[in-house]
Design a protein around this ligand. Structure first.
Ligand code: ARG
Length: 565
């Protein structure tokens, strides 16, 4: 249901009927009993153009406005605002339709696009860190959302599996020759051990350098070792994905190494386009307005992060045929993406029509405002962080005696992981944010637990009712009216979120829905004696809509619900 679009269409009609030669400015969502459900502020802007005062124009628009269906009441306020109240009968029917529809009346996009979502992208040489956690959570949400809206979504995990450090790691792995997976249990210490060996022993360092060359020239022995290393490292990441119930699989992995054979063509084609300049032996692209050039090949012939990204951009545009490509990567890489996007466009690697977007995000901070690290300055192991979330969640269960120990384990998983994900997704993604256990595991406020709790509470109403739900939705109460309007805004919230790739619009919306429902429910009990059958059935259906809205919203965010809490 696209409420706002419906209203806007009525204004377009009214403008034509009143012979006002302008495109009406869109209505805005108001949602206050006093000022209406929507507001139209266009009259003021037209005043100069038409040489009339805004209230006069507002009156003309209102005279032409069709108020026979969707709009119940109008009012001109202040200098010429038009306040609009929606019709209860219309809302009742729209809610009824949503109740009967699996998709809650949220339609599929008319024009489905192919969208690549590049997210997670951990580096295989080291443990995944919190930056990858954010990318993974936000990226997965965007991929879920676009899929739900009907796009063809291609998830791409651009893992870092190539580079000089692998020579060292593979040489060290070979030297250790005991059980590989045991050695690689802790990637961080393995890396450190290899590095100190490299720094201390010249002959090992030489071997490591030799192995870099051998890996790059497809030497079978080194490649086998390298592959084993990547495999195990990837398994670590998959542990995290599983724990997070993130949908990335092996099929989504398109590693940096996948583009190796194409890098020489990237250079040739950039050259043919005439965009390459040699500078101190390196091959660069100088972009207008950019301080630093994009280096695509080093003096020693080596390629760079940017070269691989150019190959990946071309692959995504030409082979996958993406209409839109989202890069969910730390905001600190903004300059890199700005540059490679531009190079890709001026070199025809990517058609002009393809939307390239860097979906940047801020840094996760600890409570003292410093970037999230372990006490000794190392990276926090994500798996340990998630385990801790589950442990803390277990303690937050209010009445553990209601559940079996197995149920408690499951609940803790859903609550703990949900809390971490929701806390991340509910802030403006571009800002830095403070990782705060107490806040994210709170029952009150804009948290996962608040949503999960509301969901479970509604389920308990249904358990008590314990019969089928029939009859019609009839909106009568003012709070009920507000709730209905809010419920019918879901589709437009999702569309906006998909446009600006900002999941916090979904969480903010869910928070409004649930808060409104809680207020409504407090004043209007559903199953209490004395509530007549028609009202009861109507409210049960509204409660059902609220629950399904929460469930769908959380599902898009990759968060589970439970029937009992
Ligand atoms: N591996 C990179 C990092 O850890 C992220 C990869 C992002 N994707 C990309 N196509 N560059 O910073």
């Amino acid at each position: 249901m696209r409420l706002k679009s419906h209203l806007n269409a009525l204004f377009v009609e009214a403008f034509a009927k009143a012979k006002i030669d302008a495109i009406p400015i869109s209505v805005t969502e108001a949602s206050q009993e006093k000022f209406g459900d929507y507001q139209f502020n266009g009259a003021m802007a037209l005043s100069k153009q038409l040489g009339k005062n805004p209230r006069e124009i507002a009156t003309e628009i209102l005279n032409a406005l069709d108020t026979s269906t969707l709009i119940a009441k109008t009012e001109i306020a202040g200098p010429g605002f038009i306040n609009l109240w929606l019709n209860d009968a219309w809302l009742s029917e729209a809610c009824q339709n949503a109740f009967q529809d699996d998709r809650l009346s949220i339609s599929l996009k008319l024009q489905s696009q192919t969208v690549v979502v590049d997210y997670s992208g951990p580096n295989m040489a080291k443990e995944m860190h919190v930056g990858h956690l954010r990318s993974t959570i936000i990226g997965d949400t965007l991929a879920n959302l676009l899929t739900f809206l009907g796009d063809r979504v291609i998830r791409q995990n651009h893992i870092g599996d190539w580079g000089t450090q692998f020579g060292m790691l593979v040489a060290y792995l070979e030297e250790q020759h005991s059980d590989t997976s045991a050695n690689l249990k802790d990637l961080e210490s393995f890396y450190k051990a290899a590095k100190s060996r490299f720094d201390a022993d010249e002959s090992f360092a030489n071997k490591a350098r030799e192995y870099v060359v051998r890996i790059q020239s497809n030497d079978a022995h080194c490649l086998v070792l390298w592959q084993r290393f990547i495999d195990i490292s990837l398994q670590h990441c998959e542990d995290v994905y599983r724990e997070l119930s993130v949908k990335l699989t092996r099929e989504d992995v398109k590693a940096e190494s996948f583009y190796n054979d194409d890098l020489v063509n990237v250079i040739d084609d950039l050259n043919a386009k005439g965009v390459l300049t040699e500078s101190e032996g390196a091959l660069c692209v100088f972009l207008e307005g950019s301080q630093t050039p994009v280096i695509v090949q080093k003096k020693d012939g080596g390629y760079l992060y940017a070269t691989t990204d150019l190959a990946a951009l071309r692959y995504r545009a030409k082979t996958i045929q993406a209409d839109r490509i989202l890069y969910v990567v730390d905001a600190r890489q903004a300059e890199h993406f700005k540059q490679v996007f531009e190079v890709a466009k001026i070199s025809d690697f990517v058609p002009q029509s393809v939307r390239l977007e860097h979906i940047g995000f801020g840094t996760m901070m600890d409570s003292s405002g410093k970037p999230f690290k372990t006490r000794d300055g190392g990276t926090v192991k994500l798996i340990a962080l998630l385990d801790e979330a589950v442990r803390k969640a277990k303690k937050s269960i209010k009445e553990p005696s209601k559940f079996t120990s197995q149920e408690i384990e499951q609940l803790a998983q859903v609550i703990g992981i949900g809390a971490v994900k929701y806390a991340d997704l509910s802030i403006n993604r571009e800002s830095n944010y403070v990782f705060d256990w107490d806040k994210m595991l709170a029952f009150d406020g804009n948290t996962a637990l608040y949503m999960q709790y509301a969901y479970a509470r509604i389920q308990s109403i249904f358990r008590k009712h314990n019969a089928s739900i029939e009859g019609k939705i009839v909106i009568v109460d003012p709070l009920e009216h507000q709730l209905a309007v809010m419920l019918l805004r879901f589709e437009e919230v999702l569309i906006r979120t998909s446009e600006d790739a900002s999941p916090n619009q979904i969480t903010a919306y869910l928070y409004e829905v649930v808060t409104l429902f809680m207020r409504f429910y407090e004043q209007n009990p559903i199953l209490k004696d004395g509530v007549d059958d028609i009202t009861k059935m109507s409210r049960l259906q509204l409660a059902n809509l609220v629950a399904r809205t929460i469930r769908l919203g959380l599902e898009i965010l990759g968060i589970d619900v439970v029937d009992q809490l």
